[in-house]
Design a protein around this ligand. Sequence first.
Ligand SMILES: Cc1cc2nc3c(=O)[nH]c(=O)nc-3n(C[C@H](O)[C@H](O)[C@H](O)COP(=O)(O)OP(=O)(O)OC[C@H]3O[C@@H](n4cnc5c(N)ncnc54)[C@H](O)[C@@H]3O)c2cc1C
Length: 346
Amino acid sequence: MLDTAIKTQLSAYLEKLQAPIELVASLDGSDAARQMRELLADIAALSPKVSVRENGDDARKPSFSVGRPGEAARIRFAGIPMGHEFTSLVLALLQTGGHPPKVDAAVIEQIKGLTGTYRFETYISLSCHNCPDVVQGLNLMAVINPGVESVMIDGALYQDEVSARQIMAVPTVMLNGESFGQGRMTIEEILAKVDTGASARDAEKLDAKDAYDVLVVGGGPAGSAAAIYAARKGIRTGLVAERFGGQVLDTLGIENFISVQRTEGPKLAMALEQHVKEYEVDIMNLQRAEALIPAGEDGLAQVRLANGATLKAKSVILATGARWRPRASASARTATARCSRASASP
Ligand SMILES: Cc1cc2nc3c(=O)[nH]c(=O)nc-3n(C[C@H](O)[C@H](O)[C@H](O)COP(=O)(O)OP(=O)(O)OC[C@H]3O[C@@H](n4cnc5c(N)ncnc54)[C@H](O)[C@@H]3O)c2cc1C
């Protein structure tokens, strides 16, 4: 299943394992199951710290879990994580085996502090560039916090589920059976959505902010431009965004930005943020606005946020762009097509 070059590379990575790990496969008679069996055997042959069992009884067949022997595994791959997801598999192996992740200590503490049960299911396609970030973030959360489970599901292999759950695009994440999010998400964005304690702490700070002259809602290209224009006039400017960067974050190749022959979405989003930060703009990222309350006698409009805080401003600019429709009848083919769109210029 794995070629010699990949085996050599993977074998070097697996030397970093600090503790034994176990891969438990739930297989059927399909061709995909045969390939999965080969993949797991290849991996186990590369390190004495990796063992494989084939007596898993997960409802999704073929699938396999990654865990420590004797413990309930919290990471599962329902599909063969090759293509863009191969890195997700390698990281899952290493992190489950005790290799320290490369994320901020504060993020690790926030993950450890989550209470409750979080069962994430992420629908992906193997050609999707945005999917691995999401899968890897959720897998890391599962490694760190015993209350978190993460399952990667290849939509092409589980087309019935894709149809039944009306998945339109990849990645699509479900949490405890309910729709959680779509598109590229960083681990910080995921945490901001699930960590209600942090959200309450944020609310207190945001509520205490003085009124802005201009408050921009939205952190895509339009919101960033509005904030820069306002701040350049020397007036007190705030920018609140659910996800700074907007749709650009989900775009790979951009070739119609005049004067820039080719760039990539995440690179452009980073440049937008740097540009906005050149000015005195109070950026409040990972905050969802829920209501706009028109100005009263004090001349201040109010923007109420999902965490309960209220921001005040003389003027509010709404630059909330667009988002994918969350649910509609669709097929796995649609999901794959959407992913392809994320990786190519329209
Ligand atoms: C896959 C893909 C590929 C694309 N490729 C190209 C391309 O190659 N060339 C091109 O010109 N265009 C492309 N586009 C379109 C381009 O990305 C959009 O036209 C552009 O991003 C719109 O900018 P915007 O600022 O108006 O909105 P958006 O980028 O949608 O940004 C909206 C902002 O508002 C925030 N927001 C929304 N609701 C709330 C709320 N309630 N509270 C707080 N914040 C909120 C969002 O988090 C985000 O920060 C592509 C789009 C996609 C999805």
